[in-house]
Design a protein around this ligand. Sequence first.
Ligand code: ATP
Ligand code: AMO
Length: 466
Amino acid sequence: GQVWTTVSSLTDELKDQTVLIRGRAQAIRAVGKKMAFLTVREKGFTVQCVLTVAPDLVSTQMVKYATAISKESFVDIEGVVTVPPEAIKGASQQVEVQVRKIHCVNRAATVLPINVEDASRSEVEIEKALEAGEQLVRVNQDTRLNYRILDMRTPANQGIFRLECQVSNLFRQFLLNEDFVEINTPKLTAGTSEGGAAVFKLEYKKQPACLAQSPQLHKQMAICGDFGCVFIVGPVFRAEDSYTHRHLCEFTGLDAEFEIKEHYSEVMDIVDRLFVGMFDKLNERCQKELEAIGKQYPFQPLKYLRKTLRLTFEEGIQMLKDAGVEVDPLGDLNTETERTLGKLVLEKYGTEFYILHRYPLAVRPFYTMPCPDNDAYSNSFDVFIRGEEIISGAQRVHVPELLESRAKECGIDVKTISTYIDSFRYGAPPHGGFGVGLERVVMLFCALDNIRKTSLFPRDPRRLEP
Ligand code: ATP
Ligand code: AMO
């Protein structure tokens, strides 16, 4: 019948009250035999708990018991909230708990592969600590990922994955409000949707099959089935053959597809409203998360406009040319030129979030609608945050004959996608849509340097564990 208080809610409003908390023993420090400090952490929030030997407080045995608790063990603490005169370093909560009772609920091993406190520090804090001669182990990315459940406990990681939950939640809420229908599409497929080599092949009951590279074909088929507007949140598989900071072999795709009336700008309109609203709400609702992330990985808030900037691919090429960067006007942009363009756009328009549209047809997938006025270009777009792609979208070809010839031109074995192409023979409306990489949105919103930081259990060309 006791009432539990969360560590995050321990503020000076609870001064002099007795509280009961459960958390992990993050750090334990004895001061002589009569006093000990215990940092208790719960879901990334920390509070300093003080044990002081006194007749009506705690006994020397209790201090001994407390200092023997191994780091990361679960403890229950009953105590009184006090407000110390000075700021408390190394704890998120600015109050202390004067311990009356302490009980170790379950012990952690005494030797841990990662010290969560060390793993929570920023680069600057690590440098300072090392300069001050502190014993500290820098935790590298592989160690973090090998022992992800320990790494996950840092305040920054608690923030990152709670923020990620909000991104997919806001995507879903926005589209449900717009009368979209959430559907599920198969991840076991007969053929590729995005073409190229980046596909995981497998055997499906003696039949060759692949893991879905995107829900592309099935989301379009749902439009042929009269759902009007659909969306999908689910895993996407890409057999990436190189190791980069922004490619995973499995990521979470946020996909939408819907009928359009006149123009592919209707697709960009949805992207614009969805993302501007999403960024506003993230900044508003996730302040604690953003603060925790920024404390370990300092970053500037994303600069974005009320109405998202749209540039044509040709305008982008021109901006690059004017800056002395030579690019193929009908080729794709590489990672470096995308980043350069991002910088130029920021200088000229003051935004780090923008849409580049009317891409050359040759660099887009076969299902992309060519521009009616010039088929060297296409009714397609990419969306960038801080110079890196987070979304691809387009109007699609809804005429079966054109779809079939485009697939052939792109070297796709049309036999493997015949049911898809046939869907358009029974009448199909003009439509378009887009696909978002969830991990990329979070990575770039927070200016993180690596997509592995925003995937809970990343899968990359070298990693299939844990
Ligand atoms: P998607 O592949 O889904 O379109 P993306 O962000 O990977 O998303 P691409 O158009 O494939 O976009 O690639 C853009 C640029 O990123 C390429 O021109 C290339 O320079 C680089 N790139 C793409 N994939 C890889 C990879 N697997 N390894 C290294 N660089 C890559
Ligand atoms: P595209 O291939 O550009 O488009 O993928 C859509 C978005 O998914 C993300 N993404 C990735 N994220 C992590 N690791 C990867 N290997 C990876 N590859 C892509 C990016 C990208 O913008 N069917 C189309 C979408 C559409 O037109 O509706 C498609 O799959 O953020």
